[in-house]
Design a protein around this ligand. Structure first.
Ligand SMILES: [Zn+2]
Length: 312
């Protein structure tokens, strides 16, 4: 027997987008079953930047769907909220809509957390926004984890975020402009902070395999972990798939793009493929790859992973 997989950032799967208010119980169950077929029995359903009222509705809707299906309820081990407190600057904002971005606001967070039934476990934010450090201190004090991402924070802002309780970096190496100063950039600034556990997307597209290897070697043991950040195209054939209000294009090359744009917008990577990729690209044995992809992150969030039969 093996332990099943866990992923901290799943925006959708098997043609199903978790951002849609019209999401049906059958669609969500289909995504959960398809993730299970890819060995993934636990994950954080991830909602991205939108207006606070819309995010509240989405969390309430997901909670209603969880309440109606015990398999879905246990598969969604919590929520990862990525936005709306991100850098609105081009490149840093990625595919997130800057119109809905703002400085962090504790009252808004508390509304969202109430709508989510207290199940928001992880928030990705940009620590350079006004009030972000106090916000990090307040929500980490409530037991919610904070990850830095879609940010162009300075050294001092990163130091303050760590001191306030931030522990992670979301998809490090992405959520930045295509071209940056070779030394003075936020990837280097975050990579050098041994206190921070970095999550990387091992699809070979967000980070070419050689870059992934460099980043992996740059982190102390156990401080480089992995997540797919996958959207509806994962576990589904090439085509057009929604991510919130966006319609994204996924070709045979498995790259997820806004039509006509260079920026990547989530991945089409399945978690079990991610495990195989890190095994191959980082020269790990199978148990080490499973541990780094999955078990180590599940332990950080105290999530129990059910056993599954060894894949044949
Ligand atoms: Zn992102």
């Amino acid at each position: 027997m093996n332990t099943s997989l866990f992923d901290i950032q799943i925006n959708g799967f098997a043609g199903v987008d978790f951002q849609q208010l019209g999401l049906t119980a059958a669609q969500l169950r289909r995504a959960v079953d398809a993730l299970a077929a890819h060995q993934t029995l636990r994950f954080f359903a991830t909602l991205i930047t939108d207006a606070p009222d819309a995010l509240c509705e989405k969390f309430q809707h997901l909670e209603r769907l969880r309440a109606s299906d015990p398999v879905v309820a246990s598969a969604i081990a919590g929520y990862h909220l990525e936005g709306p407190w991100l850098s609105p600057e081009p490149g840093y904002r990625g595919a997130h809509d800057p119109k809905h971005m703002s400085a962090p606001n504790l009252r808004t967070f508390e509304r969202l957390q109430a709508a989510a039934g207290g199940n928001i476990r992880l928030v990705t934010l940009a620590p350079e926004l006004p009030g972000a450090i106090e916000f990090i201190r307040a929500i980490t004090g409530q037991g919610v984890h904070v990850s830095l991402g879609h940010t162009k924070a300075s050294d001092a802002e990163i130091d303050a975020a760590i001191e306030a309780g931030a522990r992670f970096c979301t998809h490090l190496g992405n959520g930045v402009p295509i071209e940056l100063s070779r030394h003075d950039n936020v990837i280097q600034r975050l990579l050098t902070r041994d206190e921070l556990i970095a999550f990387f997307i091992p699809d070979g597209i967000h980070l070419p395999p050689g870059i992934l290897k460099n980043f992996f070697r740059a982190k102390p043991a156990g401080k480089a972990l992995f997540s797919t950040d996958c959207m509806a195209a994962a576990g589904a054939p090439p085509g057009r798939y929604p991510l919130g209000k966006l319609s994204l294009e996924v070709g045979a090359d498995r790259v997820v793009r806004l039509p006509g744009r260079q920026n990547l917008a989530g991945s089409a990577l399945c978690p079990d493929e991610g495990v195989k990729n890190i095994q191959r690209w980082l020269g790990l044995d199978a148990p080490a790859a499973r541990r780094l992809f999955s078990t180590a992150s599940a332990e950080l969030f105290s999530i129990e992973l059910p056993a599954i039969p060894e894949p044949t």
